[in-house]
Design a protein around this ligand. Structure first.
Ligand SMILES: C[S@@+](CC[C@H](N)C(=O)[O-])C[C@H]1O[C@@H](n2cnc3c(N)ncnc32)[C@H](O)[C@@H]1O
Length: 295
C-alpha cells in the first residue's frame, strides 16, 4: 500500500522507463525493474501483484540515483552486482569483466569435448584469464568430475571468482591462481597432462579501445586490450599451450569477429604440432571460437 507522500514502485518504474528511453538505453523497462528489484529487495513479479508497494524516500532517491548512473553508461551488471551466464548467477563488481552471452558458445564447445573425455577419466582443464570465473564455474557445474585451474592477473578478479565458485558450490573442483597466464602453473606437475585449455583473453586492438561504447569503457582496460593488433595473448597462449596439453588435448579460444584468419595463422606456425583449426560462429553468425588440439 502506498503511504502519503511516498511514491509507489509502479510510479517509479514508469518514470525510470521514460527517462531511460529518452537516454536511448536498451530495454528501459526491464532495466528499471531489475534496478528496482535490487533496491527494494523483492522479485519484480510482486511489483504488479495486488496493490501498489510504497517505497520510502531513502530507497526512492537511491533508485533514482542508480537509474541516472545507468543513463550515464554504467553497465547494468555493475549496478545490480550480478550477471547470468550459462543459467548461473555471477557476482560482478566494477573492476571485473562482465561475462557476455557470446562466450556461452565457447563454453558449450568445451562441454561437448569434455563430456566425451569425462566418460573415461576426470578431465583436467585450464581457464586462462578467468575474470569472474564464468567459464571455470560453468565447466565445473556441467562436468561433475572435471578439475579446473583458473588463472587471472587481477587479484580482484580472483577474489570475485572464488566467491562465485562458492556461491555456485563448485569451489572444491577449481583452484584459483593469481598470475600471468601459465606462470602460476609451474611446479603443479601438469606438463603434458591437461585435457583442455580454454581462454577468452583480451583481444581488442589497442587503437580501437577509444572507440568502444561508453558502457564497455567502464570495464577494465587490462581485460580488453589485446595490444597493437589484438593478438598479443594468442601469440603467447598458442605456443605455450603445447607444454601443458596432453597428446589429443584441446585448445579452445574465443576470438574477435575479424580475427579468425589471423589466429588460425598463429596456430599454423606450429602446423606439425596442432590439428587443423575448426572455427565456430556465435549466434549472430560471426566467427567466435577457434578450436584445435595437440597432435
Ligand atoms: C575478456 S576477460 C574474460 C573474463 C572471463 N574469462 C569471461 O569470459 O567472462 C579477460 C581476462 O583476462 C585477464 N588477464 C589479462 N591479462 C592477463 C594475464 N597476463 N594473465 C592472466 N589473466 C589476464 C583479465 O584480468 C580478465 O579477467
Amino acid at each position: 500500500m502506498t503511504k502519503l507522500h511516498e511514491p509507489g514502485v509502479r510510479t517509479l518504474i514508469k518514470w525510470a522507463t521514460c527517462y531511460l528511453k529518452s537516454k536511448k538505453i536498451d530495454s528501459p523497462r526491464l532495466t528499471a525493474e531489475l534496478i528496482a528489484e535490487k533496491i527494494i529487495g523483492r522479485k519484480r513479479v510482486w511489483f504488479y501483484i495486488g496493490s501498489e508497494i510504497s517505497v520510502d524516500k531513502k530507497k526512492a532517491s537511491l533508485f533514482k540515483r542508480e537509474i541516472r548512473r545507468r543513463a550515464r553508461g554504467v553497465p547494468l551488471a555493475y549496478i545490480t552486482g550480478e550477471q547470468q551466464f550459462m543459467g548461473y548467477k555471477f557476482f560482478i563488481p566494477p573492476g571485473v569483466y562482465i561475462p557476455r552471452a557470446d562466450t556461452e558458445v565457447v563454453v558449450e564447445k568445451c562441454i561437448e569435448i569434455l563430456n566425451r573425455i569425462a566418460n573415461h577419466h576426470s578431465p583436467i582443464v585450464i581457464d586462462l584469464g578467468t575474470g569472474s570465473g564464468s567459464i571455470a564455474v560453468s565447466i565445473a557445474k556441467k562436468i561433475k568430475n572435471a578439475f579446473v585451474y583458473a588463472i587471472d592477473i587481477s587479484s580482484l578478479a580472483i577474489k570475485v571468482a572464488k566467491y562465485n565458485a562458492k556461491s555456485n558450490k563448485v569451489q572444491k573442483r577449481i583452484e584459483f591462481l593469481l598470475g600471468d597466464l601459465f606462470l602460476p602453473l609451474e611446479f603443479k606437475n601438469l606438463e603434458n597432462r591437461v585435457d583442455l585449455i580454454v581462454s577468452n583473453p583480451p583481444y581488442i586492438e589497442r587503437k580501437q579501445m577509444r572507440f568502444l561504447p561508453p558502457e564497455v569503457k567502464k570495464e577494465p582496460d587490462f581485460a580488453l586490450n589485446g595490444g597493437k593488433e589484438g593478438l598479443n595473448f594468442y601469440k603467447r597462449i598458442i605456443p605455450e599451450s603445447l607444454k601443458w596439453l596432453k597428446k589429443g588435448g584441446n585448445l579452445v579460444l574465443e576470438i574477435g569477429y575479424n580475427q579468425a584468419d589471423k589466429v588460425k595463422k598463429i596456430v599454423e606456425t606450429k602446423k606439425n604440432l596442432f590439428t587443423p583449426v575448426q572455427i565456430i560462429n556465435d549466434l549472430n553468425g560471426n566467427p567466435r571460437v577457434v578450436v584445435t588440439s595437440k597432435k
